[in-house]
Each structure stands twice: as structure tokens, then as C-alpha cells.
Design a protein around this ligand. Structure first.
Ligand SMILES: [Ca+2]
Length: 198
């Protein structure tokens, strides 16, 4: 009887962990049809929520999910980003997911996406968005035209603020376009937890 009791207790704990799915990001899929709740730095003409986009090689990009996705491009001779920073209580495990692609890079610079984890509200900078700071939990970049949406999933323990960003620089030629959709920052079960099987 005592053994059965412990087994049931473990079962209840696992179910509770599975139900922890609070969402911290707002408008992560851009389904408002605009960039509500996202911030931009030095946005160029294409920056916004789109329903479709033709690439340089004439491929048609459609939303990964829903009716809209976001494009970020940098304004002439500048660099900048599309990002959202959310407060997540320190020591809370979170899973950050999104899909992205970088297209139309006739320029010298690649498009970037990054996930940062900071103890205070983020201070955006070139290094912050390109993964050169210790707060970076994930970074990827691509120069040229990607074939399709690339999925990202990263799980870590929050330091207080989680930032999801797309970054581009206008050097010469034209800015890359960095596309985002289906972004989420949600509670996650702790990584590395030992689960006892009885
Ligand atoms: Ca969407």
C-alpha cells in the first residue's frame, strides 16, 4: 500500500509539471497583423507584419502559422533589431521557440536571431543581438537566402528577463530581411531533472 502511494504521488507531480505552460510573449505569431508588443530599432521599409513575401529567387514565403509573419530589415546605413523582452521570474525554467529565415541578402552582412537571458531589462546593442555577450543563450545567423523556415528551441533557467530578437545590418547593397513567426517563451520542466520510475 505504501509503495502504491508513492507511485501515485510521483504521477501527480509529473502531471503538474506537464501542465505548466504559461506564455510570456505577447503577439508571438504576429496575428494582430502588426508588430504590437514588439520593439524595433532603426527599422527599414519592409519591417512589419506580412502575409506573404517574394524572395530574390522568386520563392513565395507564407506564414509558418496563422495569417502573418514578421519581417525585420535595417534602415539605410544602420543596424537594428526587432525584439521583445519579457520578465520571467529568476530561476524559472523556460522553453523559447520560434521559426525564422533570412532572405534577400545582397548585402555584406548576415541576418541574425538571438535569445538573451539577463538579470535586468536588456540594454540593446550590436553585441547583444549578435550573440557576443555572456547573456546569449542562443544565436544563429545566415548570409544569403535560406530555403525555408528554420525551427529553434532552447530551454534554460531564467535570470529575470528573456529577450527574443531578429537583427540585421545595412552595410552595402541592401539589408538582409530577417523573418520571424510562431515565437513563444513558456514555462518548461527543469532540464536535467531525474525522474524515478517505479
Ligand atoms: Ca503567425
Amino acid at each position: 500500500m505504501r509503495k502504491l502511494g508513492i507511485g501515485m504521488m510521483i504521477g501527480v507531480l509529473l502531471v503538474t509539471a506537464g501542465l505548466a505552460c504559461g506564455e510570456y510573449l505577447s503577439n508571438g505569431g504576429f496575428e494582430t497583423g502588426d508588430l504590437t508588443d514588439w520593439l524595433t530599432i532603426n527599422p527599414g521599409a519592409e519591417t512589419g507584419a506580412h502575409t506573404t513575401k517574394k524572395t530574390a529567387s522568386d520563392r513565395t514565403v507564407l506564414p509558418y502559422e496563422g495569417n502573418y509573419f514578421a519581417i525585420y530589415m535595417a534602415a539605410d546605413n544602420l543596424y537594428g533589431a526587432l525584439y521583445q523582452a519579457v520578465a520571467v521570474p529568476a530561476d524559472t525554467w523556460v522553453k523559447v521557440t520560434f521559426v525564422w529565415q533570412s532572405i534577400w541578402s545582397g548585402a555584406q552582412s548576415p541576418g541574425y536571431v538571438a535569445v538573451n537571458n539577463t538579470s535586468s531589462p536588456p540594454a540593446p546593442s550590436y553585441d547583444f543581438f549578435t550573440g557576443a555577450q555572456a547573456s546569449c543563450e542562443y544565436v544563429d545567423s545566415y548570409q544569403g537566402e535560406m530555403d525555408d523556415w528554420a525551427p529553434v528551441s532552447v530551454t534554460f533557467k531564467s535570470d529575470g528577463y528573456v529577450t527574443v530578437s531578429a537583427f540585421a545590418a545595412y552595410t552595402s547593397g541592401t539589408s538582409p530581411l530577417v523573418l520571424l513567426d510562431a515565437a513563444s517563451v513558456e514555462d518548461a520542466p527543469a532540464v536535467g531533472t531525474v525522474v524515478l520510475i517505479h
